[in-house]
Design a protein around this ligand. Structure first.
Ligand code: G6P
Ligand code: MG
Length: 213
């Protein structure tokens, strides 16, 4: 029986991909790294350090420099976050969240981002959630199941009672590895492994999810 919905944040509740893109691009320009929108797409759902490793594409660097670069990228990103308001919530996601709560479901956030709480506050929906797991909650990032298992534990629920909504391949894999039900948001090529797939946030149908999963 489904008792909770765990939402990924970036790409499901709001769209921060463009801010991540601009921040990585600025760092890449400064450090003469090859970067573009296509590479940025691969960073969806991937932790900050894993993102830098993808950009470096096999190039090895001392940990100290990698730390300095990811810190700098994050400083750029945090500047963009100041611009985020309620307007940045995707489509009718807020009313969908309210309806789920009214219907007695628990709702939670399971995000790889260490900035997740800041983003939720900027969106003015921080207090709605029964649990929030973010990039600081566990050691192993998605596609490991740890983050979503952390969320279920905080909700006091079994993994089987949770549905995860994800826009990233790594996130869908994490949900499946956690033995949860996975709903993908985006193209089949990206989230096709999920139990149910919607092309975009607007078309997510919770009645259908409850009936089919
Ligand atoms: C989300 C985004 C990723 C980002 C990650 C870490 O999963 O989809 O693109 O790299 O969070 O974000 P952070 O705010 O910790 O740098
Ligand atoms: Mg995402």
């Amino acid at each position: 029986e489904i008792k909770a919905f765990i939402f990924d944040l970036d790409g499901v509740i709001t769209d921060t991909a463009e801010y991540h893109y601009k921040s990585w691009q600025k760092l890449a320009d400064e450090e003469d790294l090859f970067f573009n929108r296509e590479i940025n797409e691969k960073l969806r759902g991937v932790s900050r350090m894993d993102s830098l490793d993808i950009i470096l594409d096999g190039k090895e660097l001392p940990e100290k420099i990698k730390k300095e670069w990811t810190d700098r990228k994050n400083a750029y990103y945090q500047k963009y976050l100041e611009e985020i308001t309620k307007e940045n919530i995707l489509d009718d996601m807020e009313s969908k969240l309210k309806r789920l709560k009214n219907d007695g479901f628990k709702i939670a956030v399971g995000s790889s981002s260490r900035n997740a709480r800041k983003v939720l506050k900027q969106l003015q929906i921080y207090d709605m959630f029964d649990a929030i797991s973010d990039g600081n909650s566990v050691e192993s990032a998605k596609p490991a199941p740890d983050l979503f298992l952390h969320t279920a534990k905080n909700l006091g629920l079994e993994p089987e009672e949770c549905v995860v909504l994800e826009d990233a391949e790594s996130g869908v894999e994490a949900a499946l590895a956690a033995n949860m039900k996975a709903v993908g948001v985006g193209p089949e090529s990206r989230v096709g492994k999920a139990h149910l797939v919607y092309g975009n946030v607007d078309s997510i149908d919770f009645d259908e999810i409850l009936k089919k999963l």
